[in-house]
Write a protein that binds this ligand. Structure first.
Ligand code: HEC
Length: 457
């Protein structure tokens, strides 16, 4: 409604508005020139750099300690169990500052301390009004000469080794793609480095190969600003398309089985379908009321499943873009969804620690199995290529293998305890190996016959 209203206004006052916008740009330009040396206002970007390094490990959509997700400006402002963490202009009353300076216990980050400069920066940001991303053109408008000059001297903080937040095995091939900070690492199944695909704006959170193994789609974006998708030609490692869509981070992408469509899902609550050949948006599937974390096409390409923080999995008709039905059994955020190779079963899991399996068709879904499978939020579930096994990874640092054919979910085997959160997994195309990517940036391949793991590098 609000959007429509705004649209009408633009039509009516197009000319006036244009002049006004140019005027505003001009004013910002002048202000930003002045602010180069004068006061350097703290932007959310600087606060976010600290959060990404020091807090996200415990306060993400998968872990969410004390109910607090610090992945984006909006989720930070939404707060956790104790309510609003930031009172704009009043750092002394803000939970965020009180927890990092030790006024409130336990001091954050748990088991560590921020430096006096970092605490000072968070304090200054709150006192200056706690503005969101984009609210601060003098420091956010990188790209314009004025914006660059106005960037403060604080160096971007990048973790020693960036988390592996997405992972995909090339169908029919021996290539592994690992999504990391601003780049994709290409390796063999044994972990031997083959190359890199660079140029992404931020963390690469979603990766998918087309079924012919020729294309790789990679997605991410900047929190609170935009989502970004790049489609790469894997053979010559050239970037074919770069798309900006969604208004927030993209968490996952999936190719339709015929390779013509790409699905993406975002923190902005939308699921979108893109034409792979042109990069044009084909459909916007809106019905989720919270962030959407995962998407999966049915093997025949007719249905798309999406898993959301709104606790539901929704099933969409790919041809029409209509929602077919909602699977609403989840008790908390749903982080992951996977179609069984037969197309008749769907697995989903998330923050309520339960793995659920539904029998699905194009009209309805019936929950046929459910089990509390982990001691903490479940990050991902995937079916083996032959459909006999289901693998699950959780924030309890445990990876489990389940018999997916038994009438009850039965645990076959637990892999060794993980040194850090295993965020993502993929089966090799022959189903004999399971590759695991972790928060600490490490990768390991497990031989599923011996259940032994070999660390990469
Ligand atoms: C190792 C895990 C860990 C890290 C890292 C961490 N936190 Fe926490 N955080 C927790 C836990 C656990 C709680 C709940 C504490 C309690 O209620 O006793 C919490 C609670 C909070 C709360 C209170 C939220 C509420 O509404 O209850 C805030 C604010 C917070 N953390 C901010 C941060 C910030 C900012 C950082 C980074 C500078 C950070 N945390 C890093 C584990 C962590």
């Amino acid at each position: 409604m609000k959007r429509d209203y705004e649209k009408n206004e633009i039509n009516e006052n197009d000319e006036k508005r244009k002049i006004f916008v140019y005027f505003v740009y001009f004013v910002f330009f002048v202000i930003s020139l002045h602010s180069v040396r004068a006061q350097q206002e703290i932007s959310y970007k600087q606060v976010d750099a600290i959060i990404q390094e020091k807090c996200i490990i415990c306060h993400s959509h998968t872990l969410r300690q004390s109910g607090l997700n610090l992945e984006s400006f909006d989720s930070l402002m939404a707060g956790g169990k104790r309510g609003a963490p930031v009172i704009a202009g009043k750092s002394g009353e803000s939970l965020l500052l009180k927890f990092v300076n030790g006024t409130l216990k336990p001091r954050m980050p748990l088991g560590d301390e921020l430096s006096a400069e970092e605490i000072g920066l968070i304090k200054a940001w709150i006192d200056a009004g706690a503005k969101g991303p984009g609210a601060n053109p003098s420091t956010e408008a990188a790209g314009s000469p004025a914006g660059k000059a106005a960037l403060p001297d604080i160096k971007p903080i990048v973790p020693v080794k960036a988390a592996i937040s997405s992972l995909a095995f090339q169908p029919g091939g021996n290539l592994l793609a690992l999504g990391s900070y601003k780049e994709i690492l290409l390796t063999g199944a044994d972990g031997k480095s083959i190359g890199k695909l660079e140029g992404h704006t931020n963390q690469v959170r979603g990766l998918a190969f087309s079924q012919d193994g020729k294309l790789l789609a990679a997605a991410g974006g900047n929190p609170g600003q935009f989502g970004e998708i790049k489609i790469w030609n894997v053979v010559d490692r050239k970037e074919l398309l770069s798309i900006r869509g969604h208004s927030d981070n993209i968490f996952a992408v999936a190719f339709s089985p015929d390779g013509k469509l790409l699905a993406s899902c975002s923190y902005d609550r939308m699921v979108k379908l893109w034409d792979v050949a042109t990069g044009k948006e084909v459909k916007n599937l809106k019905d989720h009321t919270d962030a959407v974390f995962a998407v999966a096409f049915s093997p025949d390409g007719k249905l798309l499943a999406s898993a959301s923080a709104d606790r539901t999995i929704k099933i969409w008709d790919v041809a029409t873009g209509e929602r077919r039905y909602t699977l609403g059994e989840g008790l908390d955020a749903m982080n992951t969804v996977a179609f069984h190779p037969s197309g008749k079963l769907l697995a989903g899991a998330g923050a309520d620690r339960v793995i659920r399996i539904w029998e699905v068709n194009d009209r309805e879904g019936k929950q046929v199995r459910s089990l509390i499978a982990h001691e903490d939020a479940i990050n991902q579930v995937i079916f083996s290529p032959d459909g006999k096994t289901l693998a699950s990874t959780g924030a309890d640092r445990v990876i489990k293998l389940w018999d997916a054919t038994a009438p009850q979910l039965t645990e076959i085997k637990m892999l060794e305890r993980q040194p850090d959160w295993a965020l993502v997994m993929a089966y090799s195309p022959d189903g004999k190996m399971l590759v695991v990517g972790r928060y600490d940036g490490s990768v390991a391949t497990y031989d599923l016959t011996t259940k032994k793991g070999v660390a990469h590098q």
